[in-house]
Ligand binder design. Structure first.
Ligand code: ADP
Ligand code: MG
Length: 705
């Protein structure tokens, strides 16, 4: 047994309430040993979850029971006074206890409105719910309800309700990130089922460590986060879970750093003739930021310690040119460079860009993705192992065992936060090349150091000078034909355009079908007479490459696409983008999408089409307003943080250790210090062995999806 860590399964629960948390009766505290496997079970094992609900949950990243426990509430309900119906007035939240007299429902567009006349002994009022079809059959006359909400001039707008005393209307009930098809009520119900299993979460930290750090046991922390009696309790729980995340992060970083110390790389000396030709071939001069980054990279490459540098720059800031520079530094000495991208589309896109720049230089670029046909795949591998492939572009297919480089000296990892640490280091582990990580997620330098540890950071903070900020407008659906009129004007000026299809994530096949149908509709409608192509994730790779290549070559006027174009697609003649049903997209996603235009000297436009403000939820209209207000990625990231609450600054969908769910980066400085110190102690005691593996393994719960 080591000081800091204990086996997850071995521990039989410490007394509940350890170190300051006094658990209420409704917290379940079975005395049996934890069974972590129960948390690994799929959500379908919970009461009332069928395939449809499971799919909706999967869409917000919840697949297992444990995922629910590790989902962080956005906020908690404020306390609200209980009132009699006759005393209701004004804008504040109140709770009423009533009986249903009658109920009816109707539709308005996509909105389903359910109303019920409800009463207590003092009076009657009309209660209103939106989009809760499953409730319709349940409001028979005589049904008792506890409602939380606000009185307005139409009646009582319900924000939450208890049919059977579930406690949902209670003060400090957690508010989860609900969506249009996933109501708060449902989420709360599922969470309360999951909370019944908190004891199965086990306890990776030793009692001594918990006592020293004054942290509650993990089970209590989870229960406190999901069912606090007062806000302070939720905060204590959150801090414990944040500590775990930070500790795992620091341990992973310590390990990476240790590996790095041992590794050695080939020093690449100074830039030579190929680099000179490359610079001369670029149709623009590099920006000051690009030049500075290049100098920093050159300095790294002279050393025999492998480079570990993060190149950070907003969408369109010109990272690719710098990345290719680093790759060519290897090629110049007869060695190889590799670029790893998180998706096939992005890899293919990089391939097209890089190949175009490299061909005139006599540098051979090879694409390697897992969707290549067997014969192509082995031909590519052959070129890679013989060294005939100078630069290799690919997905994680690059790090599979059967891929052998003759002499890999520089590796570029694009959008690195999308890879788990495991994948991120695998490329490095066997071979010790110099590594340059690229990221477009704008995070402050101090945070980058926190999250990426000892990576050096280069920043491209200013976009190339010839850029004009993209003009962004929010267009309501009833005026979307004007958006298309505008778009056609660009096409008539021989410019190109994107139309981004609504975000429906039922399944990739459905998304693809919807995109194709939309392209078809536009061909016969708003875009009749123009060359329209469709791009989505279900196209066979060769076809997808074909579509991209012809769009790039100007043989296609409009690309109707799903979010596959979100990253990396680079066609500077595309000057206008219409995003349909823009309210469904996240802020980071919209920013990435918008980054596809405004890549040349021409003024570009981004038209966000959505329902009118009154029909959107608060978060959605805040996002659209933020998009209109600024094109600055950093500002948007901050705004995103405010809109979503804390936590997911580093991106919603990204996996890997950078997904710090419970950490409040701006507030948790002290926790971070502690986690760093504890990680260092464990390291010094030589304890980075099996137990740490287990703790790191828990990163699965901490966001490695
Ligand atoms: P990102 O940082 O999003 O990867 P890219 O590297 O794709 O950005 O660059 C965006 C566009 O800007 C590309 O079309 C690229 O050719 C162009 N570009 C890059 N550097 C410069 C520069 N110094 N001056 C003008 N255009 C540039
Ligand atoms: Mg890029």
């Amino acid at each position: 047994m080591i000081r800091g860590l204990k086996g997850t399964r071995a521990r039989v629960g410490l007394p509940a309430g350890f170190s300051g948390l006094d658990p209420p009766d409704r917290w379940p505290c079975p005395r049996s040993a934890p069974r972590p496997e129960r948390l690994e079970a799929g959500v379908e094992t919970l009461h009332g979850v069928g395939p449809t609900l499971a799919r909706r949950l999967a869409r917000i990243g919840v697949e297992t029971v444990g995922d629910l426990l590790w989902q962080r509430p956005r906020r908690y309900e404020e306390p609200a006074p209980s009132k009699r119906v006759c005393d209701l007035f004004g804008e504040d939240d109140a709770v009423i206890e009533v009986v249903v007299r009658s109920a009816s429902s109707r539709r308005r567009g996509r909105l389903r409105i359910l109303t019920a006349q409800v009463a207590d002994e003092t009076g009657e009022i009309k209660a209103t719910w939106f989009n809760q079809p499953w409730l319709e059959g349940k409001l028979a006359p005589g049904t008792r309800l506890r409602l939380r909400g606000r009185a307005n001039r139409y009646g009582f707008a319900v924000s939450s309700y208890d049919l059977e005393g579930e406690g949902v209307t209670a003060d400090f009930a957690p508010v989860y990130p609900a969506s249009e098809d996933l109501a708060q009520k449902r989420l709360r119900d599922l969470h309360s089922q999951a909370v019944a299993l908190v004891r199965d979460a086990g306890e990776p930290l030793s009692a001594t460590l918990l006592a020293e750090e004054r942290l509650p046991i993990r089970a209590d922390a989870l229960a406190a986060v999901h069912a606090p009696r007062v806000l302070a309790e939720a905060e204590v729980g959150r801090a414990r879970l944040a500590f775990d995340e930070l500790l795992v992060l620091r341990l992973a970083l310590a390990r990476t750093a240790a590996e790095r110390e041992r590794a050695s790389a080939v020093p690449l000396g100074e830039p030579g003739e190929l680099i000179a030709r490359y610079r001369a071939s670029l149709p623009f001069t590099l920006t000051t930021d690009q030049e500075r980054s290049i100098t920093e990279i050159d300095t790294d490459l002279e050393r025999s310690t492998p480079m570990q540098r993060l190149l950070q720059g907003d969408v369109g800031s010109g990272k690719t040119v710098v990345a290719l520079y680093a790759l060519l530094r290897a090629v110049e000495l007869g060695r190889q460079g590799a670029l790893m991208a998180p998706t096939e589309t992005l890899a293919e896109q990089h391939f097209l860009t890089i190949d175009e720049l490299c061909a005139p230089l006599g540098v051979r670029v090879v694409l390697l993705t897992s969707s290549l046909r067997a014969r192509e795949h082995s031909a590519a591998r052959q070129l890679i192992s013989s060294g005939d492939a100078h630069v290799v572009v690919g997905t994680h297919a690059l790090i599979q065992k059967e891929v052998e480089f003759r002499d890999l000296s520089v590796a570029v990892v694009d959008e690195q936060h999308r890879f788990g640490v495991g994948q991120r280091t695998a490329l490095v582990e066997n071979r010790s090349p110099h590594v340059l990580h690229l990221t477009a997620t704008p995070i402050p330098r101090t945070l980058a150091l926190t999250v990426y540890g000892d990576l050096e950071v280069s920043e491209l903070s200013l976009p190339p000078a010839n850029r004009k900020p993209v003009v962004t407008a929010w267009v309501t659906e009833d005026r979307s034909s004007e958006a298309y009129t505008r778009l056609r004007r660009h096409l008539d000026d021989r410019r190109q355009a994107y139309v981004v299809c609504p975000l429906i994530e039922e399944s990739e096949t459905k998304v693809a079908r919807a995109a194709e149908a939309e392209a078809e509709r536009l061909r016969d409608g708003e875009l009749r007479g123009y060359r329209v192509a469709c791009l989505h994730g279900r196209l066979p790779p060769a076809e997808r490459r074909g579509v991209m290549a012809s769009f790039k070559a100007g043989e296609v006027d409009v690309l109707v696409a799903t979010t596959v174009i979100e990253v990396g697609v680079d066609v500077s003649n595309a000057t206008i983008m219409i995003v349909q049903e823009a309210d469904r997209f996240g802020l980071a996603q919209l920013h990435q999408l918008r980054g596809r235009v405004g890549r040349g000297a021409e003024q570009s436009y981004c038209l966000l089409v959505s329902r009118a403000k009154e029909e959107l939820n608060e978060g959605a209209s805040d996002r659209l307003e933020a998009m209109v207000a600024t094109t600055d990625g950093f500002e948007l990231a901050e705004r995103d943080l405010e809109i979503r609450g804390e936590g997911q600054l580093l991106g919603a969908r990204q996996s890997g250790y950078s997904d710090l769910r419970f950490v409040r980066l701006r507030h948790d400085q002290r926790l971070l210090e502690r986690a760093r110190a504890v990680a260092r102690d464990l390291d010094e005691e030589g304890l980075l062995g099996d137990d740490v593996d287990r703790l790191l393994g828990e990163a699965a719960h901490l966001g490695d999806s």
